[in-house]
Design a binder for this molecule. Structure first.
Ligand SMILES: [Mn+2]
Length: 404
């Protein structure tokens, strides 16, 4: 349990001390949990005298990993992703770099002794209940140095941002981080009438609801992904919002609304393709410079609109940009597909009368040689090559027809 996880962290840190070189390449996710994780690690290593190169990734795509692991003799950290692909990372690394994985998603064991998978899922904790990546990074930073307890403020923010509550409350390791922040005067917890809790972040005499600040960070990291949003987000995690970050968030929201409105008009004017069971569209790069998370957000918005067929699955494609902010070009020629379902179809899926996206999409994706990641029954996303969009839709129709 948590003790075994902390022991693994201590062992990894001991090895790092012996390694001696004070440079780290830090890769972290671009949502609230990922930004808080990245900010904690960047600052914790700075305090130890490390030079830190930090990069925000939407996903550790194979082409990105190939570029990272073309290097040797580095110390590399992945935060809020990569727990499940520790075996792939091990094969790429082959003992050449030291790698720490600080994630909380479903995990697989590393097969390279230089790859330290410190994902608490491997130690009996549940990442979708007990502990977020920000809480993992907080515990990691505190194991580096007791003086890093002040990161509990940022750790608690990430825990609320990822939205894993039991009856509206943080539990287990997430709760412990929040209680530490309360003790240090960084956080207030307020009881709500429904039995849940509100978490109030306190900064320089101001108060912010953590849930709202979480969305604020998601806008910076997701909408503003290619426009320096993650860097501003990381600053907000450590120093609080300011007039400049407020202005950026407002601008990004305006950009997002404009792009969404334009695309809805296009879909209404014949841009939406309809097959037997699916209504779909291909954005190509019309959502640029927003991150590829936005096609999923957009599908979620479409769900209840009146021009959408309530009985059909919704699918949208968005090209993955072949360039990572600050990291440079990568060999990517892929598109992301995001899927959602309108309410009536959702009911049918829950009642097992229709096929869930967690079966439909990964199976079709495998048939066209694509790459599946997190697929749930009502929301799912995978990656296929640009040009395979129509084939993927056809394969889904084949599966649905066979399924009756
Ligand atoms: Mn997370």
């Amino acid at each position: 349990m948590k003790e075994d996880f902390l022991k693994a962290v201590k062992d990894a840190l001991k090895m790092l001390e012996e390694y001696g070189k004070k440079e780290v390449l830090l890769f972290h996710h671009n949502d609230c949990d990922g930004l808080t994780s990245g900010s904690i690690l960047e600052e914790a290593f700075r305090r130890k005298g490390y030079s830190v190169q930090r990069y925000s990734l939407e996903k550790p795509y194979p082409a990105v990993l190939a570029k990272i692991f073309a290097q040797s003799g580095k110390f590399i950290i992945f935060a809020d992703f990569a727990g499940r692909i520790a075996p792939i990372i091990s094969d790429l690394n082959r003992g050449r770099n030291i790698v720490f994985i600080l994630d909380h998603h479903v995990a697989e064991k590393s097969t390279d002794e230089k790859v330290y998978n410190l994902d608490p899922e491997l130690f009996g904790l549940k990442g979708d209940r007990d502990i977020t990546a920000s809480a993992v990074c907080y515990l990691f930073a505190k194991a580096m140095d007791e003086n890093n307890r002040d990161f509990s403020r940022t750790g608690a923010l990430g825990a609320v941002g990822d939205g894993f509550f039991v009856n509206g409350r943080l539990v287990n390791a997430n709760r412990e981080v929040a209680m530490e922040a309360v003790k240090l005067g960084f956080l207030d917890i307020k009881e709500r009438d429904d039995g849940g809790e509100d978490y109030i972040w306190k900064f320089k005499g101001k108060q912010y609801k953590c849930r709202e600040l979480g969305s604020y960070l998601d806008v910076l990291g997701g909408v503003g992904y290619s426009q320096g949003g993650p860097d501003i987000g990381v600053k907000v995690c450590l120093n609080g919002p300011d007039a400049e970050s407020d202005r950026q968030v407002e601008n990004l929201k305006v950009t997002m609304d404009e792009i969404f409105t334009r695309e809805i008009k296009r879909l209404k004017n014949g841009g939406l393709k309809v097959t037997g069971h699916i209504q779909w569209f291909n954005l190509e790069d019309r959502f640029s410079p927003m991150g590829v998370k936005m096609v999923g957000v957009f599908c979620g918005k479409l769900k209840n609109m009146d021009f959408i067929d309530p009985e059909k699955y919704i699918a949208g494609f968005q090209h993955i940009p072949p360039s990572i902010p600050n990291f440079g070009n990568v060999d990517i020629h892929d598109t992301k597909i995001s899927m959602r379902v309108p309410k009536p179809l959702e009911k049918a899926i829950v009642a097992k009368k229709a096929l869930g996206l967690d079966v439909l999409l990964p199976e079709a994706t495998a048939r066209v040689g694509g790459f599946s990641d997190a697929c749930h029954s009502l929301t799912a996303a995978t990656v296929v090559r640009i040009g395979d969009e129509k084939r993927l839709i056809d394969e889904m129709e084949n599966i649905l027809k066979k399924n009756g």
